[in-house]
Design a protein around this ligand. Sequence first.
Ligand SMILES: Cc1ncc(COP(=O)(O)O)c(C=O)c1O
Length: 414
Amino acid sequence: MKNSRTDIEEESIIPPVLPTYARTNMAIERGEGVYAYDQDGKKYLDFGCGIGVNNLGFCHPELVEAITEQAKKVWHTSNIYRIPGQEILAERLAKHSFADTMFFTNSGAEAVECALKMARKYHYENDTPERYRVITFEGCFHGRTLATIAASGQEKLTKGFGPMLDGFDHVPFYRDMAKVEQAITHKTAAIMIEPVMGEGGIKPVSSDNMQILRDLCDKHGLLLILDEVQCGMGRTEKLFAYQHSGISPDILCTAKGIGGGFPLGACLATEKVGRAMTVGSHGSTYGGNPMAMAIGNKVLDILLADGFLSHVEKMSFDLRKGLMKLRHDFPDVIELVRGIGLMLGLRLKVTPPADFVAKALEQGLLLVGAADNVVRLLPPLIIEKEHITEALEKLTKVCAEINRELPDPQSEEE
Ligand SMILES: Cc1ncc(COP(=O)(O)O)c(C=O)c1O
């Protein structure tokens, strides 16, 4: 019987860090540009970016300078005071997007939570409080809070955490737009979608389908919420992925790349939606603190500098070309290449993504798995041609090794 602290300690097998991740047994000790170094000094080419976060690579000198300077001034003040960095960043993001106003958060899930609250409050303030439901898409990922797992609805995220927050209607993946309209009722408040599905396996929504969603929202009085936590901030060659499509949303969530590795997110909205969020309706202790704002403003300086996004476009073209050749050379390993900008995925024929990622790690290349048997390539937006060549060499070795291990179809037939 466990009756003393010592007994509990002796019998305990749980590590001090809650084991919610299937972690790779490697720790990055330091990073420089597009390279990471582990505790043994092994060098890795980083094509994962900490899952689409370190968009400007490790320790970008301008980011290091910005945060160091800010650290000498003030770290935290609370949102009960004005934070000038927020006012500057918000004005700049608004100038370069559809948005009129925004709320700063510490993470992507918080930005999505804010979006969901905004959608409900908008309808409440417009005398349609019965409209609280949000249509989302099967396979989507919006975070790990109770609201955002309910939004996703995937069993792997929700199992054991019931009862789920009410208010989400899930429709099949967005190729079948008729299903979306069928799901709309008098209770629907909004449609929420990732313009490029990330965790779900790098699936871009076509411009035509974005237009259909916009039209449906206009026709039925709904809000269009875009989750650009992974695909925003230059990752797809535009500042925001929706800018490829010619439509504009009512609400947009961003995070990851906006902080270049510092925890920062934002929920952007039009004036008509933002007006519903009155004093006291939302808040965050740390959201938009001076440190995050110093970094966010510097990240934006770099992304908006002349030629930066066209560089992303050029690199995307070269990388995609190389990946198509890889698929051609290893048709039994890679089924297809998809994605946009520097958010590319390799859909594998049979190999589990985790095995591919592990083999790439051995070769000194960091990649990230995704659903739908996809391996994600999310390199820093600052990569150059030589890094693409290096990545393709390593990927070729990985594919060749997998190819050798595949069962010979002839011997299987015998
Ligand atoms: C599209 C999308 N939305 C939301 C999130 C949640 O962001 P965070 O982990 O910062 O809460 C993620 C994280 O991967 C994401 O990819």
